[in-house]
Design a protein around this ligand. Structure first.
Ligand SMILES: Cc1cc2nc3c(=O)[nH]c(=O)nc-3n(C[C@H](O)[C@H](O)[C@H](O)COP(=O)(O)OP(=O)(O)OC[C@H]3O[C@@H](n4cnc5c(N)ncnc54)[C@H](O)[C@@H]3O)c2cc1C
Length: 327
């Protein structure tokens, strides 16, 4: 991977905008590569609300974030583009007729044009302060940081370590589904939470350990057996959930020479940035009337890809109907 093969278009960012742009560019017969920094595709939808129902994407009366992203990955894969995860694009070099994208682990990707679908960057899940000092690193890597597939907690002993409203929400949901729920909060209070939710949690039978830490786990054959709290209490545990907020790693657009205003790329109707050959779409762009919605990203991706196609081949058709392409 990262050899010197030249692609027509490389899309940076595999959120919903980048995934749709990937499909659409292959539909326009372009040679396409997608680079995403996270291990999963789906961007904010997967990081903030995978389990929530979305009602404002055309064609779906309602669909969960996770299911929408699954459909989008299937659609993006239709013409087998190169879709690479775990690739953080660190820098962009402009050559006379192409760009070289350098990733943080030293790979180089060669492309005629670039489409930025980066949102404002990538979000990393914060872990409790002592997390790296705990045993079982392989187990720790895969601890759940969202409530996807919530049925799997049915009648299980669940420990939640969290310091904010997300953890409180999980505990309130799971109290009627799990066999037992225990909450561990390293802080003296829960942040960004409605007082009535904390009250409801306190009035429930859920043990809440404030200013407390998980100090050990017992894991056998990758299955959690118990969790130790404050070196004194051992709780029989089948599943552990953790949420201590997210941290933004901003896309270094300024270092790339891409002009921004208040952190966003100002674009006109052609989705072009200040650098010829670099286009942008989705949450990272700003223009009068812009909405930060999944569906707006789709439409902007279509325009950006069509303009990028024209940039490479001025004889290309401005747009094509899929009903005409797939006869
Ligand atoms: C809580 C919440 C609820 C929402 N609810 C709705 C809703 O109901 N309906 C709706 O339509 N919209 C909703 N939205 C908005 C919607 O989530 C966004 O509009 C949409 O996800 C934007 O997609 P995107 O692909 O443009 O950006 P993102 O989803 O932010 O994706 C950007 C991707 O780029 C990657 N990336 C960034 N920099 C680099 C780099 N240097 N190298 C490699 N990869 C990089 C990131 O890791 C990320 O995966 C909601 C948003 C939030 C936060």
């Amino acid at each position: 991977m990262g050899d010197d093969e030249l692609f027509d278009i490389t899309i940076i960012g595999g959120g919903t905008t980048g995934l749709f742009a990937t499909y659409y560019a292959t539909m326009r017969n372009m040679k396409v590569k997608l680079l995403e920094s996270q291990s999963q595709f789906g961007g904010k939808v997967m990081q903030f609300f995978p389990e929530k129902l979305i009602y404002d994407v055309g064609g779906y009366p309602d669909i969960s974030g996770e299911d929408l992203v699954k459909q989008m990955i299937a659609q993006a894969n239709r013409h087998q583009p190169e879709m690479l995860s775990n690739r953080w694009v660190e820098s962009i070099e402009q050559k006379s007729d192409h760009f070289i994208l350098n990733t943080s682990d030293g790979e180089q990707h060669f492309t005629k044009v670039v489409l930025l679908a980066t949102g404002s960057g990538t979000f990393h899940t914060k872990m409790p302060d002592n997390w790296d000092a705990l045993p079982f690193p392989e187990f720790r890597k895969h601890v759940a940081t969202n409530l996807m597939n919530r049925e799997k907690y049915h009648q299980k002993n669940v420990v939640i370590t969290a310091n904010n409203k997300v953890g409180v929400g999980w505990a309130l949901y799971l109290k009627d589904h799990a066999k037992s729920v225990t909450v561990v909060n390293p802080d003296s209070k829960f942040h960004q939470v409605k007082e009535e939710d904390v009250e409801q949690l306190r009035n429930s039978s859920i043990p809440i350990h404030m200013e407390s830490h998980i100090t050990n786990f017992d894991v056998k054959e990758n299955q959690l057996q118990s969790v130790e709290i404050n070196e004194t209490i051992t709780v029989e545990t089948d599943a552990l959930l953790t949420y201590h907020g997210l941290e933004l790693q901003a896309t270094p657009l300024d270092n790339w020479g891409v002009a921004t205003y208040k952190g966003r790329i100002l674009v006109k109707g052609d989705m072009a940035t200040n650098i010829p050959g670099i286009f942008a779409a989705g949450d990272i762009v700003q223009y009068e009337g812009k909405t930060n919605l999944i569906a707006s990203g789709y439409s902007e991706a279509i325009t950006a890809v069509n303009k990028a196609h024209l940039f490479i081949d001025p004889r290309a058709t401005e747009q094509l109907y899929s009903t005409v392409i797939y006869r």
